[in-house]
Design a protein around this ligand. Structure first.
Ligand SMILES: [Zn+2]
Length: 87
């Protein structure tokens, strides 16, 4: 099966929580909604396609949570996405 291997290449500190991952409340702090507790946002990814090699940046999109979307993927094609444990 075709596989896509995702690697995160760069991050920035979450500006919403300052890298803490929560709102800093001393009692029952809330997990930061923006980074979901990770404290950082994904700003760069690499996607390696088992058929096409490293994909150009124009072939995919990603968000700060590290979710990657292929722009030209055939919906019917079975693809296994291998992503890091956590951004
Ligand atoms: Zn945050």
């Amino acid at each position: 099966m075709r596989t896509l291997t995702i690697r995160y290449t760069s991050f920035r500190t979450c500006p919403n929580c300052g890298g803490r991952g929560d709102d800093g409340a001393s009692w029952r702090p809330f997990v930061c909604k923006r980074c979901e507790g990770r404290g950082r946002l994904v700003t760069g990814v690499e996607v390696e396609d088992s058929e096409r090699g490293n994909l150009p940046r124009s072939a995919y999109d990603f968000n700060a949570k590290g979710e990657v979307y292929l722009l030209d993927l055939d919906e019917d094609e079975p693809v296994e996405v291998i992503r890091p444990e956590s951004p």
